[in-house]
Design a protein around this ligand. Structure first.
Ligand code: SF4
Ligand code: SF4
Length: 305
């Protein structure tokens, strides 16, 4: 198979999901890369935020057998108040405690590993042979794949060399040169618009939305195929006024029809369990998904703009 010249380039990957139907057109293989510059308080994938691999651990399934304490070279595991505790400052995600035969309760997993472009393309090409008739392809997501721009660009180029349709899911919170380095090789772009109010955007995500909105304008000027999405976070950005402001930005600043270009994603709490496995369960507020009727009303607002 003829892959890109830089097929040996190494990236940090935390998941490869086959048969994805919500990450761009058709059926796709979605490659989730590590690292993200945002710190959204509702993040569904907290294990993706850092570039380094990280240990996930299910405290509630631990049988206190003590095997992980014996094998850990960094003495990161101990029993505190009758429960197994992991000292995150000592754990370097070496993976010794996740090896077969150590934790028989299966509570431990390392998220994140180094992979080359060629290793990923082997999987993507074999998947693509199965579902190319769907109009799908590869989607590179994260974390935020803009945090590994050279690797993402090489992956997209390798896909194009194999005539595979490419899509990226990005925040746009990077300098334009970085965004362009990636999107030059993307046939389709999934782009989050989280909140039009810059002060609240900063409070909710840790970064300003100014660069995100400017990069959206640049991508539209370049005639890129772009699909905007707003994850609806209860009490943060799911009011009628918020959605109206986003729809108006798409119509007035980008010159696009919001009804065709803006998708609303109702809140889901699938990530909450991950905070427990990272040992940050108490940090994570819990929310209710918006009722279907309410989301329908917001969609009607978009259609009316
Ligand atoms: S991943 Fe390595 S350092 Fe971390 S707890 Fe397990 S054995 Fe110790
Ligand atoms: S090896 Fe698994 S079950 Fe045993 S103490 Fe460690 S985490 Fe708990």
């Amino acid at each position: 198979m003829d892959f890109a010249e830089n097929g040996g380039l190494v990236g940090q990957v935390y998941n490869i999901q086959r048969y994805s139907t919500h990450d761009g057109p058709g059926v796709r293989t979605t490659v989730f890369l590590k690292a993200c510059p945002l710190r959204c308080f509702w993040c569904q994938n907290p294990e993706s935020q850092s570039m380094q691999p990280i240990l996930m651990f299910r405290k509630d399934q631990c049988t206190l057998c003590g095997r992980c304490i014996q094998v850990c070279p960094n003495r990161a595991n101990s029993i505190v108040d009758g429960r197994l505790a992991v000292d995150r400052k000592l754990c370097n995600a070496c993976g010794a405690c996740t090896k077969p035969g150590v934790c028989l309760a299966g509570t431990r997993k390392i998220e994140g590993k180094a992979m080359t472009v060629n290793e990923i393309m082997d999987k993507v090409v074999s998947d693509y042979n199965l579902y190319q008739n769907s109009g799908g392809g590869i989607t590179v997501s994260g974390g935020d794949c803009e945090a590994q721009p050279e690797f993402t660009a090489e992956l997209l180029k390798a896909a194009h060399k194999n005539l595979i349709h490419t899509c990226v899911e990005i925040s746009g919170a990077f300098p334009w040169e970085t965004v362009k380095m990636i999107t030059d090789h993307a046939d389709y772009i999934l782009y989050d618009l989280k909140c039009m109010d810059d002060k609240r955007h900063k409070e909710g995500t840790g970064v300003s939305n100014k660069r995100i909105l400017e990069n959206a304008k640049n991508l539209v000027k370049e005639n890129k195929r772009i699909h905007f999405r707003t994850p609806l976070i209860p009490g943060f950005n799911d009011s009628s006024e918020d959605i109206e402001a986003t729809a108006r930005f798409i119509r007035d600043e980008l010159g696009l029809n919001p009804a065709d270009h803006l998708e609303l994603l109702a809140y889901n709490n699938l990530g909450e369990d991950k905070y427990l496995r990272l040992g940050d369960g108490d940090m994570r507020p819990s929310y209710q998904r918006q009722p279907d009727e309410y989301v329908k009303k917001l969609k009607e607002i978009i259609a009316s703009i």
